[in-house]
Design a protein around this ligand. Structure first.
Ligand SMILES: [Zn+2]
Length: 359
């Protein structure tokens, strides 16, 4: 399912999606979420002729894999964990009082950069942040005091109280780097969330690098193309830099001050494995320059996506060929001992696998 959100890169996903559309191409989803259920071309070992993945998984697919390409900054956002999503499904509201959670699942995510990818994740230390706020000539001194005391949610709350009219005077005082990062289009919006952005840590991923964004991490993608792996959920609590509904208090109530978690890969059998601690998933980056065979350990749910050449996925049920931009889902839910799968390719593919998390 291709999503054409306005922050997408013009034809940014053309290699994997519908070719040139001369429109922004933001996200391509591989999963069974009702907001973007994937169509099925061929199925082995299940009911005959399913049209979508959801018909096969009945909404139980634990993982959602996406290709994402952003040309300009996405909202500053945070995701709830599983427990919070379950209990907050009906009580969490947007600033306008509307329900904000769309499913009862937590959203844990990881991003693997395919191009240089810039993002904001987490917050700078108390001293640095307080100084950034004091440099606004007194306008944010109360927020600076809260930030200095380690109460980042309260600092954000105070920042977000500034109106667009007040911000018009303050926007020119923003640190130049944030103005540069986020671009003119956002800067002229006089959104007080720009000041929140100035307090966030800037992260630059180079191709092949990955970051883990656990639930509770405040983040904003700025620009780049990558593979995003997450638990199946579309629960987003937005603080700002968006025309979509905001849910400031809900966002502040779930945010946590985690350090930024870049995920160093472990190389195993020629495959780069990204396995963030405490995440219910891992991602393998498989790159071959000649016809090669890679055996991947079994998992209850796996998605293999062909990135820049076809690949063949061999399972206990048979073999499936994926052309570029197509994915094979291998679901062994209920299997007591998930069986390994084999990926045959002479190009690059990624494989997402569910993982048991020790409590
Ligand atoms: Zn996110």
């Amino acid at each position: 399912m291709l999503k054409k959100y306005d922050w997408g890169t013009q034809d940014g996903l053309r290699a994997w999606a519908q070719g040139v559309t001369e429109k922004p191409q933001a996200e391509l989803w591989y999963g069974d979420h009702p907001s973007g259920d994937s169509s099925v071309l061929e199925a082995l070992g299940g009911p005959a002729n399913p049209s979508t993945l959801n018909e096969l998984t009945h909404g139980q697919a634990p993982l959602l894999l996406k290709l994402i390409s952003c040309a300009r900054a996405l909202s500053i956002q945070v995701h709830p964990n599983e427990a919070i999503a379950k209990e907050g499904l009906t009580s969490f509201k947007t600033d306008a009082g509307e329900p904000v959670l769309v499913d009862s699942s937590g959203k844990d995510e990881m991003l693997l950069a395919l191009s240089q990818f810039d993002l904001l994740a987490g917050f700078v230390d108390t001293g640095t942040g307080a100084q950034i706020l004091r440099d606004f000539g007194g306008a944010f001194d109360a927020a600076a005091d809260a930030y200095q005391a380690g109460d980042v949610p309260e600092a954000i709350r105070k920042i977000m109280q500034k109106s667009a009219l007040q911000m018009r005077r303050l926007t020119p005082l923003l640190p130049a780097q944030i103005a540069f990062d986020l671009g003119k289009e956002v800067i002229v919006s006089d959104d007080s969330a720009l000041v929140v952005a100035a307090l966030m840590q800037r992260v630059r991923l180079y191709p092949g690098e990955a970051i883990h964004v656990p639930p509770g991490t405040v983040h904003a993608y700025i620009g780049g193309t990558g593979v995003e792996l997450m638990t199946t959920s579309d629960n987003v609590l937005r603080i700002g830099l968006t025309s979509k509904p905001r849910a400031l208090e809900a966002a502040l109530s779930v945010m946590r001050l985690y350090p930024v978690q870049e995920v160093p890969p472990v190389v195993s059998e020629g495959v780069k494995v990204f396995s963030p601690q405490a995440a219910p998933f891992e991602l393998r980056d498989i790159a071959a320059t000649e016809p090669s065979s890679f055996e991947l350990p079994g998992a209850s749910y796996q998605v293999v996506l062909a990135l820049d050449g076809p690949c063949e996925v061999v399972t206990a049920h048979g073999r499936l060929v994926c052309e570029v931009g197509q994915a094979a889902v291998v679901s062994q839910v209920g299997d007591l001992a998930p069986r390994p799968i084999v990926v045959l390719t002479s190009a690059r593919a990624v494989a997402a696998s569910s993982k048991q998390v020790a409590n």
